[in-house]
Design a protein around this ligand. Structure first.
Ligand code: PLP
Length: 391
């Protein structure tokens, strides 16, 4: 309809808005990636990413999506038949588990409640039971993008330490990195998976992998076939030559700009902005939920994510009909439900290059769509979001 004009408001949980200054940084001719000029940029990006991961260790960068970094995480550190424990959180934990199985690891799923998040006590119990330390790796999705839930990594680390377990801690930070607090070294994360298209505000196409010294020691124990993902070869190369094949050089210029942009705001400032915007989204949903037809999918209030919120159609409506209506009527694109949540939840992405009026606009479009589609909602959601940020 006539109102669906102008620039689309992208309210999916990634890819996120790409700021103009990053688009401009990408706008350059092809270059020889063996030059000292590119080497200097690659070095800067490596050190900038380490500041964002909060690590002193290496970050490997591939031209891939986050799936590539997931694959690198399962291909580099384990032999066939070795046990890894993946903690159930939602669709993304399911897919990581599936990938570990495809690589012939003995992948065990630690059952978990998608609405509550990982229970560190249950993890500790499972690890204490593993007296012979059969489990070599533990996989945790920091921010489960399919449900909008952030797991407590500090508590998870504490649980692993309390059990005295030496397994590698593998963490997926794809939808938390550069939008909420993450501390690779302090939280003892050994293998950290990231991507370019969320908090780092790039287009999709980079897989990132932070690797601790403890994880590097396991690379020779892996017997999994790997060429593209093999970090042993990369470790021998100078930083700008670490990519197998041609370096995706443009991306490095985009990343360098993103790192500068984030550091100008300060990482704490970025996290604080995300927390505030998420608070406004939650304030609106809290009011709307009083109408009885939509509600938060995540019931553990303390674990509701600052980068994405999943809203459940508790009244039984179709979340796809809802979000396509929102797109067609108001040009606001919401995320859909994944796997068992398909057509049951819509997801509001509130991460990346985003400010208060953008969030208010997204929330106003959601409220207007509920009105158009006859979904009963408690009044005052948008006002609550305005008050939340204005006060
Ligand atoms: N893990 C999480 C938590 C994600 O949110 C995503 C993508 O949204 C992925 C993994 C997969 O990343 P990609 O889509 O870049 O392959």
């Amino acid at each position: 309809m006539a109102l669906a004009r102008g620039r689309q408001f992208l309210a999916i949980p990634g890819p996120t808005n790409i700021p103009l200054r990053i688009l401009k940084a990408l706008d350059r001719p092809a270059m020889d990636f063996t030059t000292p000029e590119f080497a200097a940029v690659a070095e800067e990006v490596q050190h900038g990413l380490r500041r964002i991961f909060k690590t002193e260790h290496d970050i490997f960068i591939w031209a891939s999506t986050g799936h590539g970094a997931w694959e690198a995480a399962v291909a580099n550190f384990y032999a066939a038949g070795e046990k890894v424990l993946i903690c159930e959180t939602g669709s993304f934990s399911e897919w990581w588990l599936e990938m570990a199985k495809l690589f012939e690891l003995d992948a065990e799923y630690l059952p978990g409640d998608w609405r509550q998040g990982i229970d560190p006590a249950k993890l500790e119990e499972r690890l204490r039971a593993d007296k012979t330390h059969e489990i070599k790796g533990i996989g945790v999705v920091h921010n489960e993008t399919s449900t909008g839930l952030t797991n407590d990594l500090a508590a998870i680390r504490k649980a692993i330490d309390a059990a005295g377990h030496p397994a590698l801690l593998m963490v997926d930070t794809i939808s938390s990195l550069a939008s909420m607090d993450f501390r690779m070294d302090e939280w003892g994360c050994d293998v950290v998976v990231g991507g370019s298209q969320k908090g780092l505000m790039q287009h999709a196409g980079l897989g990132l992998l932070g690797v601790s010294a403890k994880a590097v020691q396991r690379t020779d124990m892996s017997d999994r076939p790997r060429r593209y993902w093999d970090i042993r070869r990369s470790l021998q190369a100078p930083i700008h030559m670490r990519n197998p094949g041609t370096a995706p050089a443009h991306f490095f210029y985009g990343l360098k700009e993103a790192i500068d942009f984030l550091e100008e705001e300060t990482l704490d400032g970025v996290f604080d902005r995300h927390a505030k915007l998420a608070g406004a989204v939650r304030a609106a949903i809290t009011e709307w939920a009083k109408g009885g037809q939509i509600d938060f999918y995540v019931k553990n209030e303390a674990r509701r994510s600052n980068s994405v919120t999943a809203v459940e159609m508790v009244g039984g409506g179709s979340s796809d009909k809802f979000r396509f209506g929102c797109r067609d009527d108001f040009n606001v694109m919401l995320g859909g439900g994944l796997l068992s949540l398909a057509d049951k939840v819509f997801r509001i992405g509130h991460l990346g290059d985003l400010n208060a009026p953008m969030v208010w606009g997204i929330l106003a479009a959601i409220e207007a769509t509920m009105k158009r589609q006859g979904i009963a909602y408690g009044p005052g959601g948008v006002e609550a979001a305005i008050a939340y940020l204005a006060d």
